[in-house]
Design a protein around this ligand. Sequence first.
Ligand code: HEC
Ligand code: HEC
Length: 356
Amino acid sequence: MRRLFIALTLTAAPFALSAQTAEPKTAEQAFHNIVQLKDIPADQLIPTMQFISSSLGVECSFCHVEGKMELDEKPTKRSAREMMAMMMAINKNNFGDRREVTCYSCHHGSAHPASYPPVQESDAPAHAAPAIAEPAGAVPTVDQITEKYVAALGGAEAIHKITSRVLEGKILVGGNETPIEVLTKAPNKRVSISHMSSGESFTAFDGTAGWMGSTGRPAREMSAAESGASGLDAEFYLAPRLKEIFTQLRRGRPEEIGGVECETLIGTGPGRPPVRLYFDQKSGLLVRMVRFAETPLGRNPTQIDYADYREVDGVKTPFRWTLARPNGRFTIQIADEKTNVPIDDAKFAKPTGVVK
Ligand code: HEC
Ligand code: HEC
């Protein structure tokens, strides 16, 4: 069951850094031996390390002596520092200081970037990425895409008649199945509770901030970035509120996902992670959300694919979703949904002390 705990806490920094402290610490203040990343917020250091690791396709131990992260013993760690300086210089000198080139641009998941293109491995005709032609005639506007989404779910009136949901199902991680419950309440409270043999594990947003916990351990607050992402998942009326939640919402190029042609919206807003939303051109339903956590070296993506939409009390919700990050993924399959069940607010509140 340890894998499950890891999956649920993928973004969890091993260092519980409070999102609520008035003067957030810098990385230099919170760690021992920081040279390049001195001024970044301390709670961005681990996400930055995760970005580096997945960009190079390596584990932390590629650069670090386990348990003594501050040591500069390994030459790879020293190279990484030089690479950070190089990356910043490339962007400064060539891209007006915009972060266009990152570790991933060159490394593409390998410690040793390739310097020449690969040869063809088979004599089958090369398969170019499918480009979707813009449909002839008028392209849909942002409003039309969001309105179609709301209509596809059942319409604004039906959506607003529901104020809470209790979902029961299972979480699937690497061949293991664990029962899970997801409680959600308007406007933006959510807790998912997975019932493992060793106890329960919680991921929650209390309406203001996110927290995580598991039986026998003190619950911890999420970092600002995790909390923003968790708050987005908790938006009960996401569909009708898209334009409020993302103050900037623009249409991107249509893309194909698993054979389905999709409209794309790109959203940003204060206190929100930047997102890309993909809507099935035919049904209008949301099939994918990719949200990004900023780090100084690049963005860590989280992709959520929504499927198996079913109608309960006049509104469709996805009964299956898969959450994937560079370092792991899991799927939740819902079996039963109940709407408008009264849920005590205490269910969403971060417990003080150890979670029972
Ligand atoms: C490719 C090399 C590389 C990888 C992989 C890497 N790191 Fe680092 N790490 C560094 C460098 C370089 C620094 C110092 C940054 C600086 O000087 O600004 C650092 C600093 C740190 C520090 C601060 C230590 C201190 O007290 O000074 C921690 C903690 C850390 N890394 C954790 C991790 C974790 C956890 C992982 C795996 C998710 C990881 N690192 C993966 C290169 C790496
Ligand atoms: C402009 C391209 C480019 C960028 C950007 C880049 N690298 Fe590199 N990196 C290279 C090349 C080329 C090598 C040498 C390849 C080899 O060792 O085979 C290398 C080597 C390394 C090595 C040494 C690997 C080893 O086994 O000794 C580390 C560690 C590394 N890069 C980390 C990073 C990190 C971290 C970033 C982002 C901060 C980054 N690189 C950004 C091109 C790049």
